[in-house]
Design a protein around this ligand. Structure first.
Ligand code: SF4
Length: 633
């Protein structure tokens, strides 16, 4: 089969991948693919999908869905190459959040829900000139028609390029993207555009498509479970309640404001159930409802909050009362697949915070409609393993779903994976002596590495403890991840880190943090990754509830709810090191638990992991070989 492939030729593994994608689309199926980094997943998924719609079914639209905007870049570049190579008409849309495509100033400070209300409000009142410029006398305006023509001709283009063209013409870029979407063969967008039913329905309506017209490709699919659960989760804190009460009273509705403030008393009363030695407790739908009914009629209060929120949004961009209304509505949702938790914590200023949450435990609830309604659904990732867990969590149709795990095709001699089972970050072993041992081992290794290294820690706390000893033992320049860094600051830090590729620097970061995923350091920009400890989730009530729920549904509670998600974070962090066929590097897993069977079984056999207490000689030899290869290629 000939595919519209962007590169000169394809490897065997890519051919197999593409054939599978094509067959899945033909059969309206579901496909889960675990494929190591560097295989060329984006091209291997987009090429056959595009070939299918051009050859067999022009009415379908491909949605390439990502968890981060940075993943859009490679998809657009791939499509640009395909268009150039085959000289075909190719219309694509690069969609990010509506807020990121909005021309209005000051919208970045709004949370997404608030922004949507703000935008709706401006449009309805005819106060957004960029929206109004789109139409003239009920038709698409001549200016918009001209710009649309240009967008089609220059497609595929990155969202920044599209925004710039639209902003220069004083047109709403999001609306223009929706116009273009009607004719697009490929739409590249965040998961939310499909996972969130409300956003999905809105988008599909605008582009005159039904879910059955959509071929869905989820990239970095290991992120789907968390994103899908978060979408159905709702929370409320005493801060929001206080702000909503104040907001309501400012409008002169003192009685409603008092009722809202009493929700805080309800939380305080329920908080008495929190055991003295704990910070959280499970509560039932009725616990909260009954207490609330003592101060006001539940539905009436919810209606009053909607009424106030509508008024607030007439002159403001955000409404706290709207958050209350949303929470009260969610709270009445189903019990199966959800849990309800009241927790106590402290703000940065030391003020007590009570938070009540209705948390989703089951990603399949969010995915159900997509799985049954879309033409075909494909999920792929370099860490979609164990794949049977993802099949369970996604709620795939086991009769028609296909799961495939591709082995790493790159030369084994290019990577050295080592477990050092000498230390641990378990709570019971957290002593100054342990931090010093970890620091010494990490410094010995990174001082030996002829280039850059990243050390990933399970938390900022562990990072700080180890750093206190590490800074005196390391001979290299250090960069440290900070949870408060902005996107620009992170980008800047990474660029400076790259400059040290010859002298060698060390980045201290957190597994699951912003440098552990979506960061590409190919070639000789990164020579070593050390993953210190296991990035296990906090053993809190939510984790416990996840374990219980997965135990009940799949009899795999601890695996699905606790150990495997931690291992996925470890593997994602480790994955920063080898990004292509020619990359060489060392990955160290530094914790005694990595040799335990329940963790070790998650490492794929092709990783060829060694267990070494003193790996320095091994590492030196590995890099000596590299020098030899350079002198005698
Ligand atoms: S219509 Fe467009 S430009 Fe206007 S507020 Fe909404 S997103 Fe922003």
């Amino acid at each position: 089969m000939e595919f519209l492939f962007p590169h000169q030729e394809y490897r065997k593994i890519q051919e197999a991948f593409m054939n599978q994608v094509y067959t899945t689309i033909q059969n309206k199926g579901q496909l889960l693919v675990h494929a190591p980094t560097g295989i060329g997943k984006t091209a291997s998924a987009l090429s056959p999908a595009l070939t299918y719609i051009i050859k067999e079914n022009k009415n379908k639209t491909i949605f390439f869905l990502t968890s981060r905007n940075t993943q859009h870049l490679i998809a657009i570049e791939t499509l640009k190459k395909i268009k150039k190579k085959y000289n075909i008409e190719l219309i694509t849309v690069d969609l990010i959040g509506k807020k990121g495509m909005c021309n209005q100033s000051g919208v970045q400070m709004l949370r997404s829900g608030e922004f949507m209300e703000y935008c709706k409000d401006l449009r309805e009142k005819g106060q957004c000139q960029y929206y109004d410029n789109l139409r003239l006398k009920g038709k698409v305006s001549p200016e918009a028609v001209n710009v649309l023509k240009k967008l089609k001709e220059e497609s595929p283009m990155h969202v920044e390029e599209m925004n710039s063209i639209n902003f220069n013409a004083d047109l709403c870029s999001y609306e223009m993207a929706a116009f273009l979407g009607k004719e697009a063969q490929v739409i590249i967008a965040d998961y939310n555009y499909m996972l969130n039913a409300h956003i999905r329905d809105g988008l599909l309506k605008r582009i005159n498509k039904s879910l059955g017209d959509c071929i869905l490709i989820f990239d970095e699919g290991h992120n789907i479970p968390t994103r899908a659960r978060d979408l159905l989760t709702a929370m409320l804190s005493n801060f929001i309640i206080e702000a909503a009460s104040k907001e309501t009273k400012t409008l002169g509705y003192n009685e409603i404001g008092d009722d809202i403030l009493k929700i805080k008393e309800v939380l305080e009363k329920l908080a008495k159930k929190i055991p003295l030695d704990k910070q959280e407790v499970l509560i039932t739908k009725e616990d909260f409802r009954k207490e609330l009914e003592k101060i006001a009629n539940y539905e009436e209060l919810m209606g009053n909050c909607v009424f106030i929120a509508d008024q607030v949004l007439e002159h403001k961009k955000r409404s706290f009362t709207q958050s209350i209304a949303g929470f009260l509505e969610h709270w009445l949702g189903p019990d199966e697949g959800f849990t309800r938790i009241l927790s106590r914590s402290f703000s940065k200023t030391g003020k007590g915070v009570l938070t009540i949450a209705y948390r989703c435990l089951d990603p399949a609830i969010t995915l159900q409609e997509l799985m049954t309604g879309a033409h075909a659904v494909m999920m792929m990732s370099g860490t979609l393993t164990p794949i049977e867990m993802y099949a369970d969590l996604f709620g795939v149709n086991k009769d028609k779903a296909i799961t495939i795990e591709y082995q790493n095709p790159f030369p084994q001699e290019n990577r050295l994976n080592i477990i050092i089972p000498e230390t641990s970050t378990k709570y019971t072993t957290r002593t100054a002596m342990m931090w010093e041992t970890i620091a010494k081992k990490s410094a010995d290794i990174t001082n030996t590495i002829p280039g850059n290294s990243i050390i990933f820690f399970p938390s900022y706390y562990v990072l700080e403890q180890v750093y206190d000893f590490f800074r005196d033992k390391s001979t290299k320049t250090m960069f440290i991840e900070d949870s408060e860094l902005s996107k620009e600051q992170r980008g800047d830090l990474l660029e400076r880190f790259k400059e040290y590729k010859d002298r060698g620097a060390i980045l201290l970061a957190v597994a699951g943090g912003s440098f552990a995923e979506g960061v590409d350091l190919p070639g000789d920009l990164l020579k070593c990754v050390i993953v210190v400890g296991l990035p296990l989730a906090k053993p809190d009530l939510e984790t416990q509830e996840l374990i219980n729920y997965y135990d009940k549904r799949f009899a795999r509670g601890w695996d699905y709810g606790y150990t495997i998600p931690a291992l996925i974070k470890t593997l994602q962090s480790a994955g920063r090191c080898i990004r292509s066929e020619t990359d060489r590097g060392v990955v160290i897993f530094m914790d005694e638990r990595y040799v335990w069977q329940n963790y070790k079984k998650c490492f794929s056999p092709d990783m060829n992991i060694r267990i070494e207490k003193n790996p320095l000689t091994l590492i030196q030899k590995f890099f000596e070989q590299e020098d030899l290869l350079k002198t005698n290629p």
